[in-house]
Design a protein around this ligand. Structure first.
Ligand code: C2E
Ligand code: MG
Ligand code: MG
Ligand code: MG
Length: 289
């Protein structure tokens, strides 16, 4: 049935729009139910040291939804909705605590083993974040320098001045900050001088566009920038041996990607570490000061 609103525009029942709204309502309900039921898990992807023969020196925590019907759901399919529902600070807080607890377990055998945790814009904008990170470090006992908080440029950009303030406060706790997917956002270079960043994660699109031998690449340019600003680089999305070799030659230092290991449940990392000789991983003499 057609209806006229104040603007005089004809509106009628649109079955496609209706179906979309209905789908969204169900997705919201399902997500809230999943959060309530505690269906989320943290998987971990190894980060390796290229100069130490590719040993695992840390991991990145990546959230997944263990859905009763859909199976393991990746964050791309639920994080945005969780953000819109205002649930990311709560979910992210849980991920942080879970990851730090797990890191301490691995640190018993590998002192200095590092944990990277992603932060979203809503977490960075939450005034409780600093207290929350301080409390998690206290409760779990994880040395602050072994926690790396990752944020993308779009997150940092939301409010640059406020971001710089929050990041400085986090750094006072002793944790380190990584700029994730580096190079994919806007005015990346100006951020490096404005934000107190320690690590840059070179986006996988640049790693995958790298020529195997010779030829300049964006990855190489980003590595130069990292050195210039005294930042530790981590190459993301390394999928083959050629890329790994080239990155090592270019002095990338650390890398992450399917070539080394996929994200996996905590037990998988424990098994991987069991096979690795119990060397002391902590080589960050520079952060001890
Ligand atoms: P990210 O932080 O850049 O994480 C790296 C993503 O690249 C992960 O996807 C990982 O599985 C994937 N990846 C790793 N190696 C390779 C590779 O060799 N090739 C390819 N093609 N992909 C690779 P995932 O786990 O689906 O996460 C996607 C994004 O979701 C993350 O990107 C991060 O921005 C966000 N995310 C994940 N967990 C959390 C979380 O706990 N909190 C927040 N706020 N965001 C999260
Ligand atoms: Mg360390
Ligand atoms: Mg990340
Ligand atoms: Mg990334």
């Amino acid at each position: 049935r057609a209806k006229r609103d104040g603007g005089g525009v004809a509106r009628r029942f649109d079955p496609v729009l209706f179906a979309k709204a209905e789908q969204r309502r169900l997705a919201e309900q399902d997500l809230m139910r999943g959060l309530e039921a505690g269906e989320f898990e943290v998987h971990y992807q190894p980060i390796v040291d290229l100069d130490q023969g590719g040993i695992t020196v840390g991991v990145e925590a990546l959230v997944r939804w263990r859905h009763p019907e859909k199976g393991l759901v990746p964050p791309a399919l639920f994080l945005e909705l969780a953000e819109q529902l205002g649930q990311v600070p709560r979910l992210g807080g849980w991920v942080l605590e879970e990851a730090c607890r797990q890191a301490m377990d691995w640190q018993n055998r590998f002192p200095g083993f590092e944990m990277n945790v992603n932060l979203s814009a809503s977490q960075l904008g939450n005034p409780k974040l600093i207290d929350e990170v301080r409390e998690v470090l206290r409760r779990t006992g994880l040395p602050p320098q072994d926690l790396v908080l990752e944020l993308t440029e779009s997150v940092a950009l939301t409010d640059l001045v406020e971001s710089a303030r929050v990041l400085s406060a986090l750094k006072e706790l002793g944790v380190r900050i990584a700029l994730d997917d580096f190079g994919t956002g806007f005015s990346s270079l100006s951020h490096l001088s404005t934000l107190p960043v320690d690590v840059v994660k070179i986006d996988r699109s640049f790693v995958q566009a790298m020529p195997e031998t010779g030829g300049a690449s964006v990855a190489e340019a980003v590595l130069h920038i990292a050195r210039t600003f005294n930042l530790s680089p981590v190459a993301e999305g390394v999928e083959d041996a050629g890329q790994a070799e080239r990155l090592k030659e270019l002095g990338a230092g650390r890398a992450q990607g399917y070539h080394f290991a996929r994200p996996m449940p905590a037990l998988g990392v424990t098994e991987l570490l069991d096979k690795q000789s119990p060397v002391v991983i902590d080589v960050d003499a520079d952060v001890a000061s």
